[in-house]
Design a binder for this molecule. Structure first.
Ligand code: AMP
Length: 215
């Protein structure tokens, strides 16, 4: 499959992407995960991105496009990809459309995950993430807690609250989503690529997406 997952922070894009990737081996590409790994490694990219990320601001389009141009040309993308957290602005979406045209790749559709704001706020403040950059498994202190002692159930590393998941940063991220990312809904509607999903259960959303993908 070749799809874009669109939705506010906390809409469940990461969880849905992981489940979809298990369906047919399409690779999950999360710009947030790529950037967090770069920050943890202390690379040039990480140093440039950290100050934006900690505030909940968007990293500049030019940096994101540099990453994605390279990433989409890697071999593992040939069998399909699920874009999670990219594009996040109209310029990113326009550049992505040009890039995919050049690569002769057609998207199946753009899945817009719709979740009420109070559900999103609750999910984000109770979300915890594995601190191991290679793992980044997501937990929720209410519905999917980590193992005893706050350890990751997959790799055993400490599970932490992300710097951008403080209440202040979350409010900023939602505001930025409304200003910069929500306009992509209209953009993809006009291109005839948009499919809306009321996404309260990730598993059900995955099943609906699978049904839409069927020929
Ligand atoms: P996420 O895990 O997708 O919520 O991303 C975490 C943070 O990484 C965001 O709050 C942004 O600072 C940055 N980020 C991730 N993807 C993008 C993108 N496509 N454009 C700009 N910034 C991004």
């Amino acid at each position: 499959m070749r799809i874009i997952l669109l939705g506010a922070p906390g809409a469940g894009k990461g969880t849905v992407a992981k489940l979809l990737s298990a369906v047919d081996g399409s690779v999950q590409i999360s710009t947030g995960d790529i950037l967090r790994s770069a920050v943890n490694q202390g690379s040039d990219l990480g140093k440039k991105a950290k100050k934006y990320m900690d505030q909940g601001d968007l990293v500049p389009d030019s940096l994101i496009m540099e990453i994605m141009e390279v990433r989409l040309k890697e071999d593992d993308c040939r069998n399909g990809f699920i874009l999670d957290g990219f594009p996040r602005t109209i310029p990113q979406a326009e550049e992505l459309a040009n890039l995919l045209d050049k690569m002769d790749i057609k998207l199946d559709f753009v899945a817009n995950l719709e979740v009420p704001r109070d559900v999103i706020l609750d999910r984000l403040t109770t979300r915890r993430t594995c601190s191991n950059p290679e793992c980044q498994e997501i937990f929720n202190i209410k519905s999917n807690p980590p193992a005893a002692g706050g350890k990751c159930t997959k790799c055993g590393s400490p599970v932490v609250q992300r710097d951008d998941e403080t209440e202040e940063a979350i409010i900023n991220r939602l505001e930025i989503y409304n200003q910069k990312t929500a306009p992509l809904i209209g953009f993809y509607e006009r291109s005839g690529l948009l499919e809306n999903f009321i996404s309260l259960s990730s598993q059900e959303t995955v099943e609906e997406i699978e049904r839409k993908l069927e020929p």
